[in-house]
Design a protein around this ligand. Structure first.
Ligand code: KIV
Ligand code: ZN
Length: 511
């Protein structure tokens, strides 16, 4: 039985999903969860993309101890120098250097000949080796590259010191048979390839990313790359939880497994969904809300008699628990703290106090409090961005024949109060206009999503917003039993992030 190494790129390729923009603290939270999941390598970002990305990679490298931290770099010295800066404090580091090899990319994107691409790839790997023992080389668009040229490049970069070779299907064009053959061809043609890690990296444009990854593993790949929930550029990347469960469930066929702690899958998926705002579809394999739900009477009868009749994966295997009642209004601080530890949080005392206060407020509004409620509440209350504004109150006047009017009261970090009112096209619009006036911020609402955390009339509503101001894009989340309050909280949080991004410790006074 082979153990396939897992390379997670949720924070790099995943963050390239349209509309996804995660703050540094949120990235660290995801990285720590990936470490708990048992991922071998975490691609923490593209350090050269911006000073913010470089800072996030460096912070993840400082905090994560048990997974190797990777950052991406183009084949330029400048990118690699920035990558080195970001990774210098990592316990285990790997530089991921790439250049496109396919004729389309050579001709139209790089305007380079085959010889120039080969030379640049070798130079880059040699330069990277000065800094890093572990160097991964990716031949971007390998899937559409001429096999003999690809083999030539792979052989040359291995000689230059690459320790991992990645052959991405960058545009999700290949079929499983073709992608498997690509790996077989390289193994036949490239001397020395057996000494390096061989990695697959698939995109889902034709819905074949997971099937292609599994085909590569069958053909001999020793590492698989992908993202949690399959998020990523365009149609996304291979969903790692699906690859892992396919290997686990069909060990008999693949004769391969992973070292993942599968019970952390549900929690990781929920965290990534919550922080990116990319909602997991109900019918998504392994982690969708319906993945273990049985609707038809015949199926229900079968599962009650023997689960394996219609269930090939047990929900507990990936960490789903029934939404049992856990705590209520009589629960004390101690029980709450224990619950936080059970759910995987390691919070500072001040954060526990904040979460406990929010929990008590929730107990007054909601009779039954489940694990999911606590997860949503804690994730929303432990505010990563500096709080330039805090929402103190929001009031709304609504009638189906009149324009909704909202008034809000915000407290600025220096204790001053800003109060404003505004009319809008709808309730949420009027609240947002009032907040804009109170803060003096000029922002564009680029996305607004609302979901119910649990079921029932008193369920918590979770709102996710994406705001833009010039070049700055931020996200904000808010959770409450009242969706309008959740909407206001999410918006204020996003504005706090904008202020933080502009580098202001305090917002400019309005009025
Ligand atoms: O899809 C791709 O080719 C990539 C590379 C940069 C590895 O993400
Ligand atoms: Zn990719």
């Amino acid at each position: 039985m082979r153990t396939i190494e897992i390379f997670d790129t949720t924070l790099r390729d995943g963050e390239q999903s349209p509309g996804v923009n995660i703050s540094m603290n949120e990235k660290v939270e995801i990285a720590l969860q990936l470490e708990k999941l048992g991922v071998t390598r975490i691609e923490a970002g593209f350090a050269a993309a911006s000073p913010g990305d470089q800072k996030s990679v460096a912070e993840i490298a400082r905090r994560v101890k048990n997974s190797t931290i990777v950052t991406l770099a183009r084949s330029t010295k400048d990118d690699m120098d920035k990558a080195y800066e970001a990774l210098r404090h990592a316990q285990n580091a790997c530089l991921h250097v790439f250049i496109a090899t396919s004729p389309i990319h050579r001709q139209y994107k790089l305007r380079m000949t085959k010889e120039q691409v080969l030379e640049r790839a070798v130079e880059a790997v040699k330069y990277a080796k000065k800094y890093f023992a572990e160097v991964q080389f990716s031949a971007e668009d390998a899937g559409r590259t001429e096999i003999p040229f690809l083999a030539e490049v792979v052989e040359a970069v291995i000689k230059a010191g690459a320790t991992t070779i990645n052959l991405p299907d960058t545009v999700g064009y290949m079929t499983p048979k073709e992608y498997g053959n690509l790996f077989r061809e390289m193994m036949l043609r490239v001397p020395g390839i057996e000494k390096v890690r061989l990695s697959c990296h698939c995109h889902d444009d034709l819905g074949m990313a997971v099937a292609n990854s599994l085909a590569a593993i069958e053909a001999g790949a020793t590492q698989v790359e992908g993202t949690i929930n399959g998020i990523g550029e365009r149609a996304g990347n291979a969903a790692l939880e699906e690859v892992a469960l396919a290997l686990e469930t069909r060990k008999d066929y693949y004769q391969a497994t992973t070292a993942l702690n599968l019970k952390e899958i549900a929690r990781t998926s929920q965290l990534v969904s919550r922080l990116t705002g990319m909602i997991v579809p109900g019918n998504k394999a392994v982690v969708g809300a319906n993945a273990f739900a049985h609707e038809s009477g015949i199926h229900q009868d079968g599962v009650l008699k023997e689960a394996s009749t219609y269930e090939i994966i047990r929900p507990e295997t990936v960490g789903f628990k029934s939404n049992k009642l856990v705590l209520g209004k009589h629960s004390g601080r101690h029980a709450f703290k224990e619950k936080l530890v059970e759910l995987g949080y390691h919070l500072e005392q001040q954060e526990i106090d904040t979460a406990f206060t929010a929990f008590k407020v929730l107990c007054d509004k909601k009779k039954e409090i489940s694990d999911d409620d606590i997860l949503a509440l804690v994730d929303a209350k432990i505010v990563p961005a500096a709080e330039s504004y805090r929402l103190e109150s929001v009031q709304l006047s609504y009638g189906n024949l009149s324009m909704p009017t909202a008034s809000v009261r915000l407290v600025r970090a220096d204790g001053t109060i800003c109060e404003e009112a505004a009319c809008g096209n709808g309730s949420v619009d009027s609240i947002y206009k009032a907040i804009d006036r109170a803060t003096g911020e000029d922002v564009t609402l680029a996305d607004y999503k609302i979901i119910s955390v649990t079921q029932g009339q008193d369920a918590l509503g979770e709102v996710f917003v994406r705001l833009q101001q010039g070049e700055i894009t931020v996200t904000g989340r808010g959770v409450s039993t009242d969706v309008l309050e959740a909407s206001a909280i999410a918006y204020v949080r996003a504005i706090n992030k904008i202020v933080e991004r502009r580098g202001e410790s305090m917002p400019l006074a309005v009025n």
